[in-house]
Design a protein around this ligand. Structure first.
Ligand code: SF4
Length: 475
């Protein structure tokens, strides 16, 4: 056979076709990110792209109350929604309103004008950033064991704002404000402005003294290698002060990992894309490399539509500036992202579109008035099972329960789980500052977590009615 004959034989072969795969419960499609057109909102009809890209313009035009929301959305939204929101602010809200334009613009991005109210009410971003009174449970608005500081972080403060909860890690709450306020905020006790329902705890030390006390504790604790710099949101710390604090942390010999926590990568990406912040991050990453420290940024997105080109530009800018990773810690919430499709859409948007690494999804914590957002542990287990196998293993987020007095635990790790009462039992394998105080040997004590009562079977709901003191039942 000549070479020519061989070539012709090969050429005559039918082109290889991909084997037919069985239908999948989730169908992956690459989606281009889009920035919704803010000019669809009456209040921003004349806003230019230059204004939109400015962090100062975004901060100056945040929506802080119902009247300002009306100024932006006008008659796009039915009066009943404004009334619903006003009632929520008065009677239920644990967080005040604060919506940067970037965040508000991702709500109901494709809704036609005549369907806007309906789309706004149903929207996943709206459901957690602009909670309405009618969203909340009327039967059990709060779980009987809901608490303002549900993770008991303040009890584990070793100095003001510094929680030492895990053996090798500390959480430094450097600021008690954010550029945006999420309705479900776990730190509702401390973060943000007081609401009619919640008078907030306030730091007592001045920032400079608090920062120094934190640095002194970390420097005196050679077992601490990992510092989460959080709040609030570090985007609300004046950059020179944040840069100086992080630089001092980098110079602590035992510190190896520093993670800056900022939802603003998603809510106010213009901040992280600004020249001042970008060049400051570059200085920090150069210093971090010199000290063998990994500097990362953690953000908080809960719905795929929040991942827009502006968010991708901020995240990629951080990576270009030398941070090791930008990771996402979302919160699992009913009506927001509690389906396999919603979680996978979000995680592919993060990974493919913005180079943000999916990391965790937390069960919504047991704060007051959060029952309508919370999901049962059983549902979280189903979702964890449902998202396995689609994303790369390194980018498959763990769905975790932050168990009071225990810490983060994967949802498949309870030592017991009674699906009738929704009570799960958890243990831990290390001692915390609180264990030291009560002399509790690691791993022996068992702590509880509770499913939302409305998700239980009738017999379980009746059990809670019988076992809840009358004053704690809101019926
Ligand atoms: S950004 Fe984080 S700290 Fe701030 S309100 Fe939202 S969840 Fe709370």
């Amino acid at each position: 056979m000549t070479d020519t004959a061989l070539d012709e034989t090969v050429l005559r072969q039918p082109a290889p076709t991909a084997p037919a795969l069985p239908d999948q419960p989730y169908v992956y499609r690459h989606r281009e990110l889009t920035e919704p057109d803010w000019r669809r909102f009456p209040g921003w009809r004349d806003t230019t792209a230059t204004d939109w890209a400015s962090a100062q313009w975004q901060r100056a035009h945040c929506v802080k109350n119902v009247a300002q929301l009306r100024d932006v959305l006008g008659d796009l939204l039915d009066d009943s929604v404004y009334a619903d929101l006003e009632r929520d602010q008065r009677e239920r809200a644990t967080m005040s309103m604060l919506l940067p334009p970037q965040m508000l613009n991702t709500i109901a991005p494709d809704a036609p004008r005549r369907r806007f109210t309906e789309a706004f009410r149903a929207d996943p971003v709206r459901r957690y950033m602009v909670p309405l009174y009618s969203d909340r449970r009327q039967d059990w608005p709060s779980h009987p064991f809901a608490e303002r500081d549900s993770l008991h972080e303040q009890e584990m403060w070793v100095v003001e704002g510094l929680t030492h909860r895990y053996p090798t890690k500390v959480l430094a709450e450097v600021v008690s404000t954010c550029p945006q306020y999420c309705g479900h905020c776990t730190r509702m006790d401390l973060v943000g402005n007081s609401t009619p329902q919640v008078a907030k705890t306030r730091f007592e030390l001045r920032p400079a003294n608090r920062f120094q006390a934190m640095l002194d504790y970390i420097a005196a604790s050679p077992g601490v290698r990992d510092v989460v710099v959080s709040g609030g949101d570090v985007a609300n710390v004046p950059w020179p002060r944040l840069e100086a604090f992080v630089a001092d942390l980098i110079r602590v010999p035992s510190v190896r990992d520093i993670r800056l926590a900022s939802k603003a990568v998603v809510g106010l990406p213009q901040y992280w894309s600004s020249d001042q912040v970008r060049s400051g991050v570059e200085r920090l990453t150069v210093l971090a490399r010199a000290h063998d420290v990994q500097l990362s940024v953690h953000t908080h997105a809960n719905a795929a539509q929040q991942i827009t080109p502006a968010v991708a530009a901020a995240a990629r800018g951080l990576l270009d500036a030398g941070v090791r990773d930008v990771r996402n810690q979302g919160v699992l919430m009913a009506g927001v992202n509690d389906t396999v499709d919603a979680l996978l859409d979000l995680n592919f948007a993060l990974l493919d579109g913005a180079a943000i690494m999916p990391y965790y999804f937390y069960l919504c914590d047991m704060i007051p008035f959060s029952e309508h957002w919370r999901t049962s542990l059983a549902h979280a287990q189903e979702l964890q099972q449902g998202i396995l196998g689609y994303l790369p293993g390194f980018a498959t987020p763990r769905i975790v329960c932050d168990v009071p007095f225990v810490g983060k635990r994967w949802v498949h790790q309870p030592v017991q789980y009674d699906r009738n009462t929704g009570i799960s039992q958890w243990t831990k394998n290390y001692r915390t500052v609180l264990d030291e105080q009560i002399d509790d040997p690691a791993g022996v004590d068992v702590h509880q977590y509770y499913d939302p009562i409305h998700t239980l079977p009738e017999s379980g709901r009746q059990w809670w009615l019988r076992h809840t003191p009358a004053g704690q039942v809101s019926r």
